[in-house]
Design a binder for this molecule. Structure first.
Ligand SMILES: *Cc1c(COP(=O)(O)O)cnc(C)c1O
Length: 401
């Protein structure tokens, strides 16, 4: 179907929930995608930090093909090996001892919210249920997770929201301390506020938070839906802060593109769940888990984590150099291959200019460009991006003078 016709049909048949770029993507290979007209794009979006291994990674494709032949789905009424195997690998490489599988980031956070409430209720009674989250956070679009999300624009029009949430300023330990009451069950945050504009937490803040939470047996929930799975240079982002949470959620990169989410926890916390307390029909299905295990195998066996870390440094260095040359660049921030550039011009127009130059990038908010390429991104591709941005910014400066 030609792109123009596809656009019209999308308008006719799909609910109007997304603003889409005017291309139709039909195929992907490695770090590149191709549109209907055969144009090639370097993919610095990666399905919003999802396709970690790029498109069509042979190990991932093979694992999915093999699993499809054996069994796609059977439900959690029975044991399946792919699910147990993926849980074991996640546990062996994280602070956690137990895993619950679901299908998305929002669902993983729902599980974390329910688990922390149940833990607190079992131990301290039904009045201790409050969860402190951060202003400018993002935790998903279901009712509980949009309530956890500290952004009015996400909540507007969906009242009444879930009771039991309060909000504090990110990176301010004294505010959390003041907000904690005898009703506080958990503190929930992203180690890097990604959708909110890529704000990295301070090391001292996260360590202080862990200490504060431990003192009061308040659970610390890390939403690593975007930062997890090697995105920031280590398998999980918390590893870089010299501390650990009690609960961690994963999704985006976990299946390399196949929908899957996970809520991980320590044994002591996970014990609050028992049969009948939480469930998901598709959760941990053999197809998604086979994909997850393939992604982890590649991340753990190969040099991809290390390469991603190096490419992240290279990208950050290049973006910082652009900041020094162009006054319209206000800030560059991020960790690993989760990088952002804040502009004092409309970021959407830069996204469009990049698209026209064969580069997929993304913006979050009105002024922040976000770069979340696959971890297999290479130096020449980063150079192409930097060169394009240089041209775009130079144009803008001369045009406005
Ligand atoms: C994307 C994201 C979510 C929501 O994930 P979905 O799969 O879209 O439900 C939650 N938390 C963070 C930090 C995210 O980046």
């Amino acid at each position: 179907m030609p792109t123009g016709e596809l656009r019209l049909n999308a308008e006719q048949y799909l609910m109007n929930t997304y603003t889409r770029q005017p291309i139709s993507i039909v195929r992907g290979r490695g770090t590149k995608v191709y549109d209907l007209e055969g144009r090639e794009y370097i993919d610095f979006v990666a399905g919003i930090a999802v396709t970690l291994l790029g498109h069509g990674h042979p190990d991932l494709v093979l694992a999915i093909q093999k699993q499809v032949q054996h069994l796609i789905h059977t439900s959690n009424l029975y044991y399946t090996e792919p699910q147990v195997r993926l849980a074991q690998t996640l546990v062996e490489h994280s602070f956690a001892q137990k895993v619950f599988f679901c299908n998305s980031g929002a669902e993983a956070n729902e599980a974390a919210i329910k688990l922390s409430r149940k833990y607190s209720c079992d131990k301290y009674g039904a009045d201790r249920y409050e969860i402190i989250t951060m202003k400018n956070s993002f935790h998903g679009r279901t009712l509980a997770t949009l309530t956890a999300t500290g952004q009015e624009k996400v909540q507007k029009g969906f009242a009444p929201l879930m009771p039991g949430f309060s909000y504090v300023t990110f990176n301010d330990l004294s505010e959390v301390e003041r907000a904690m009451t005898s009703k506080t069950a958990a503190v929930m945050l992203e180690p890097i506020q990604a959708e909110g504009g890529v704000y990295v937490a301070d090391r001292g803040y996260l360590q202080g938070l862990q200490e504060l939470c431990r003192e009061r047996d308040v659970l610390l929930i890390f939403d690593e839906v975007q930062t997890g799975m090697g995105r920031t240079g280590t398998l999980f982002c918390y590893e870089q802060f010299g501390m650990q949470p009690d609960i961690m959620t994963l999704a985006k990169g976990l299946g390399g593109g196949v929908p899957i989410g996970a809520c991980l926890a320590t044994d002591a916390v996970a014990r609050a769940f028992s049969p009948g307390t939480h469930a998901s029909t598709f959760g941990g299905n053999p197809l998604a888990c086979a994909a997850g295990s393939a992604v982890l195998r590649v991340l753990l066996d190969g040099k991809i984590l290390e390469k991603g870390r190096r490419m992240g440094e290279s990208l950050a260095k290049g973006l910082t150099a652009l900041k020094e040359r162009h006054r319209l660049v206000k800030d560059v921030r991020g960790l690993g291959l989760l990088q952002a550039m804040e502009l004092d011009i409309d970021a959407k127009t830069v996204v469009a200019d990049c698209l026209a130059r064969g580069l997929l990038i993304n913006c979050t908010g009105d002024h922040v460009l976000r770069f979340v390429p696959p971890l297999i991104i290479a130096e020449p591709e980063i150079s192409r991006l930097l060169k394009a941005l240089e041209q775009i910014f130079s144009h803008r400066t001369t045009a406005t003078h």
